[in-house]
Design a protein around this ligand. Structure first.
Ligand code: PEP
Ligand code: MN
Length: 365
């Protein structure tokens, strides 16, 4: 699966060059005043090209604020007239699509709770056949790259080529620093599979609080993401949804100003130097693979030896001792012990598997 989608670059549908594209606005449209006041302030920020607002809110549990509905689209039309900003709204069913198209919404987005449902996605895609609108697809709540791709493909099959993905982090059952774990490797893999697909980061839903927004945004830009979708509210503390992660437009302006936008590639001199360093890395990785291969060959011999002598695979004392020694070594080299711990856990898991296979050799199921 590669180069799977037919995609237009963002500039083609936004009719302006922007790197990065910043989409900002409140989590939810709550009142006409809140929408217009927020949009006017946001329109003063040079990087902000589109205004987002949730009109129908997918709430995890019932009896919470579920959005103002259609009236909010009227307020958004006013925003476009006053500020000229493009408009972005979440859609979760064909009725939402129809109303958004009637109100000239420029960018629709599929939320994390909808991306997981191929029935809903297909219905939305059918409703969008022949439309020129842009569609953003948020990652599904859990880290399933295939579902994310599947949603993009369904839209693409319906003729939507103004497409981008939005990385908003992934639910974790464990308590973590962020509301949704970034698992950066997932959007990176998406980019590897579909290099033409712009990926936009939503640091607000990753972070869950305003304190981490700048760091996550910077990381996203450093990973070649094409834009940021950030929640901003004129009075964040009064917000009816996601109050802790919304920032005032002034705070957003200050944050954007501090972000470093680095070039995706450099001068030919830079590229040559980089190429030399890459070759060095390639060589080291080859040695790393050789070393791992040799290590696993010894593991195999140990497995045979344990089998001949009818000895258990896991030797807990040895494993504990190994870990302590390896982590002590890490300290002296400057490598992070957290990293080495993960690495050795992985290597150990593989070693156990190899020995288990040896123990089971010739044993009938
Ligand atoms: C939102 O953007 O307000 C939203 C509901 O996002 P997500 O689908 O990422 O949870
Ligand atoms: Mn939100």
């Amino acid at each position: 699966m590669s180069n799977c989608l037919q995609i237009q670059p963002i500039e083609n549908w936004l009719s302006t060059k922007c790197s990065p594209l910043v989409i900002a606005g409140p989590c939810s449209a709550e009142s006409r005043e809140q929408i217009i006041d927020t949009a006017i302030e946001l329109s003063k920020i040079p990087g902000v090209k589109a205004f987002r607002a949730g009109i129908w809110k997918p709430r995890t549990r019932p009896s919470k604020f579920e959005g103002v509905g259609e009236i909010g689209l009227e307020w958004l039309s006013e925003v476009k007239k006053i500020t000229g900003l493009k408009l972005a709204v979440e859609v979760a069913n064909p009725k939402h699509v129809e109303l958004c198209l009637q109100h000239d919404i420029d960018i629709l987005w599929i939320g994390a709770r909808t991306t997981v449902n191929p029935f809903s996605v297909q219905e939305i895609s059918n409703a969008l056949k022949g439309c020129k609108v842009a569609v953003l697809v948020k990652n599904p709540i859990h880290p399933d790259l295939t579902l994310w791709l599947g949603t993009l493909e369904r839209l693409n099959n319906a003729g939507i080529t103004n497409l981008a993905a939005v990385h908003r982090g992934f639910y974790s059952f464990n308590k973590t620093l962020y509301r949704n774990e970034p698992l950066w490797e997932v959007p990176i893999e998406l980019k590897r599979l579909c290099p033409e697909l712009p990926v936009i980061c939503d640091p607000s839903h990753i972070s869950g609080k305003k304190e981490h927004l700048a760091a996550i945004s910077q990381k996203a830009l450093d990973l070649e993401m094409s834009g940021l979708m950030i929640e901003s509210h004129i009075h964040p503390s009064q917000a009816l949804t996601d109050a802790r992660q919304q920032i005032m437009p002034e705070a957003l302006a200050a944050m954007l100003e501090k972000l470093k936008v680095r070039a995706f590639s450099g001068t030919s001199d830079f590229q040559n130097q980089l190429e030399m360093l890459r070759q060095e890395i390639d060589e080291i990785d080859r040695r790393l693979i050789d070393t791992l291969m040799q290590r696993m060959e010894v593991v195999e011999k140990m497995g045979q030896y344990k089998r001949q002598n009818n000895i258990t695979i896991l030797q807990l004392n040895r494993w504990n001792q190994m870990l302590t020694e390896r982590l002590a070594l890490a300290e002296s080299t400057g490598l992070k012990s957290e990293f080495l711990l993960k690495l050795f856990q992985l290597v150990h898991r593989e070693a156990i598997q190899i020995q288990t296979d040896i123990m089971n050799e010739g044993v009938k199921e």
